[in-house]
Design a protein around this ligand. Structure first.
Ligand code: HEC
Length: 275
């Protein structure tokens, strides 16, 4: 009975303390998306991989490298030899080269203050995984958010209603009005605000907008669609052998299952005569 009481106390304490810890530690967690490649049977969508590779080469590689992938490897995504050569040449590379950004890391550091990180493993290297990468790409202020910030700043004093409204739009904690005001000022000063980057301000200007890259397969090139495709491509880049790993895993499990049934039958046969 005493032990039960103890358990209850611990559970209660956890219920009170844990959510507050989570609140204190966070910005906002990026919302979970539906990724077709997650899970035991999950596989990559080949068309999305191809679109994502093009967005990566045409947009992200202006600043970021994907150094563990060679242009040649893009053939596995269904690009033809000629397409791979064209993608490589667009970046002044040979098809045998790694996907290195033409931007010199020192120059990058000079203009941004930090060097843009290599994207090869980024989906595995951040808490939240692909949801985080997608969150970063879609977490910039929308036009509506900007209009709201503008309006609140013009009003001068931050009323209770505006505080709540703007905090919920930007994913800020309304319990700290001073922090919210500071954020609004930094937005007005044109710093890059992102809902999902821890600390909210960082060096990457919004890389994708509706229509940024022309799609040739009839899929709408909206910001969300492009963000989804790039993220899918980066998840592939972080583990190009994922599909093979999963297929092998399923085969091994099936093999072990059959073996177990077989051994069980053999065991019954062998021990049948002994009482
Ligand atoms: C104009 C240059 C530029 C372009 C284009 C660009 N980025 Fe970035 N990116 C940066 C810089 C600089 C940082 C480092 C930001 C920081 O840590 O303050 C960064 C950081 C990141 C991060 C890491 C955030 C973190 O948690 O540390 C991700 C993910 C990312 N970029 C993805 C992309 C993707 C995907 C694209 C293409 C759609 C892209 N970037 C295009 C400059 C760029």
């Amino acid at each position: 009975m005493d032990f039960l009481k103890f358990l209850k106390t611990v559970a209660l304490a956890a219920a009170v303390v844990l959510p507050q810890m989570a609140l204190a530690a966070s910005g906002v967690a990026p919302p979970a998306q539906n990724w077709e490649f997650v899970g035991v049977f999950g596989q990559f969508d080949q068309a999305a991989l191809k679109r994502g590779a093009r967005v990566t080469v045409e947009v992200c590689m202006a600043c970021h490298s994907v150094k563990y992938i060679k242009f040649d490897a893009l053939k596995k995504l269904g690009f033809s030899e000629a397409e791979v050569i064209a993608l490589a040449e667009a970046q002044s590379h040979n098809k045998k080269d790694a996907m290195l950004s033409p931007m010199d890391p020192v120059a990058a550091k000079d203009s941004f203050g930090v060097a843009p990180p290599d994207l090869s493993l980024i989906t595995k290297a951040r808490k939240g995984y692909e949801d985080y990468t997608y969150g970063i790409l879609t977490g910039y202020l929308t036009d509506a958010d900007r209009a709201l910030v503008q309006q609140v700043m013009e009003d001068g004093a931050l009323s209770e209603k505006e505080l709540l409204e703007v905090s919920s739009a930007l994913g800020l904690d309304p319990h700290h009005p001073d922090k919210v005001k500071e954020v609004l000022q930094r937005i007005q000063a044109n710093e890059n605000f992102n809902k999902y980057f821890p600390g909210h301000f960082f060096a990457m200007p919004q890389p994708l907008n509706d229509g940024a890259v022309a799609y040739t397969d009839g899929v709408e090139n909206s910001l969300k669609q492009m963000a989804k495709d790039v993220t899918t491509f980066l998840a592939w880049a972080a583990e190009p052998t994922m599909m093979a790993r999963k297929t092998l895993g399923i085969k091994v499990m099936l093999y072990l299952l059959v073996l177990t049934i077989l051994f069980y039958a053999v065991k019954r046969r062998i021990w049948a005569k002994i009482h």
